[in-house]
Design a protein around this ligand. Structure first.
Ligand code: 13P
Ligand code: SF4
Length: 330
């Protein structure tokens, strides 16, 4: 009934009665439908606040694999919801707005990646979770930024590796582990665009601040960072470290969680190239809002639907990742 609307807008575009307390209504719907809301740290603050669980991409996939809910509403980007569906094929997985894509996943079309890896038939193919289900189905093992080092180190040293699609993360892991890898030339439009010059200016203005960065940032930024890590490890670093001030080079949605844990500390979002734009924000993650979450749960649309054979093939490398992560206590 709403398929035309979803084709047109990417979400259920039904008017919501004025004055409705959306957070309360979403909670009621969740209970009634035995649904769970999983949210990534990059989504809007009010969407994080109504979620049952907020996490980075590894923690979210672990939760999606474990949940006994009938419906998973994923407030994150498309590949994350797809991963949840692959892990829980019998559950209904909802994404409030199908426009929540990912420029990094888009930088690696499955047909091109398939041709690329044909050149490396003896290599182990490690793909970052920020890929489509089709790319995952072509891979031997998946990783996230939280476990990429351990995943690479789990491959015997004599075995060559292809890593895709993020060149900044791949090259960072290569430097960290000493493993020479063939790296696909993809990037995230948010992390790749942080301005070194403007970060150096900020460091001058705030000499007491520590610079913390996500490994999807470019090498010159990683080299001057006090700490490099996944979204979850950046958050953890700010809890544990005694510094009161941080320049944060990742999507600024993480500041919400950082401030919750450390309300007295100062967090400065790292800037992109253009002073006027909000180009350090992931516009895909910011597609979701409470209205869309409410309609999505109410109408149980849009739903993630995957080709069964792709889903089955993609499950193997994801399961391998989860098993290795569990071994390392991640
Ligand atoms: P995390 O693995 O740190 O959650 O990162 C996901 C992501 O999309 C980074 O841009
Ligand atoms: Fe994709 Fe970049 Fe957005 Fe992460 S921040 S979801 S890599 S576009």
């Amino acid at each position: 009934m709403y398929s035309e609307e979803i084709r047109k807008y990417g979400f259920v575009n039904q008017t919501i009665p004025e004055g409705l307390n959306l957070a309360e209504e979403i909670t009621k719907l969740k209970k009634k439908k035995n649904a769970v809301i999983l949210a990534h740290y990059y989504v809007a603050d009010d969407v994080q606040d109504i979620a049952d669980f907020v996490g980075d991409s590894l923690a979210l996939s672990q939760r999606a694999a474990e949940t006994d809910a009938d419906i998973i509403l994923f407030a994150g980007v498309h590949f994350m919801a797809e991963t949840a569906k692959i892990l829980s094929p019998n559950k209904k997985v909802l994404l409030p707005d199908l426009n929540a894509g990912c420029s990094l996943a888009d930088s690696c079309p499955a047909t091109d990646f398939g041709e690329f890896i044909k050149n490396y038939p003896n290599h182990t193919v490690i793909s970052y979770v920020n890929t489509t289900a089709e790319v995952k189905a072509l891979s031997h093992i998946i990783c996230t930024s939280s476990n990429a080092k351990q995943i690479v180190q789990s491959i015997p040293v004599e075995k060559p590796i292809v890593f895709g699609p993020d060149r900044n993360l791949g090259n960072w892991i290569s430097r960290e582990t000493g493993r020479d890898m063939v790296v696909w030339d993809g990037a995230c439009h948010v992390h790749n665009e942080f301005s070194l010059e403007r970060i150096l200016d900020l460091k001058k203005q705030h000499p007491d601040a520590l610079l913390i960065s996500h490994p999807e940032c470019q090498k010159p930024i990683l080299e001057i960072s006090d700490f490099v890590g996944s979204t979850a490890s950046l958050i953890k670093y700010t809890h544990k470290n005694s510094s009161d001030k941080y320049i944060v080079a990742t999507e600024p949605g993480v500041l919400h969680e950082m401030r919750k844990h450390s309300p007295d500390k100062i967090f400065i979002p790292a800037p992109g190239e253009d002073a006027e734009c909000a180009c350090n924000e992931c516009q895909f993650m910011k597609q979701h809002n409470l209205e869309k979450v409410y309609n999505c749960l109410k109408y149980e649309l849009p739903e993630i639907d995957l080709d069964e054979s792709v889903s089955r093939k993609a499950l193997k490398p994801i399961t391998r990742m989860l098993e290795i992560s569990a071994k390392f206590g991640l």
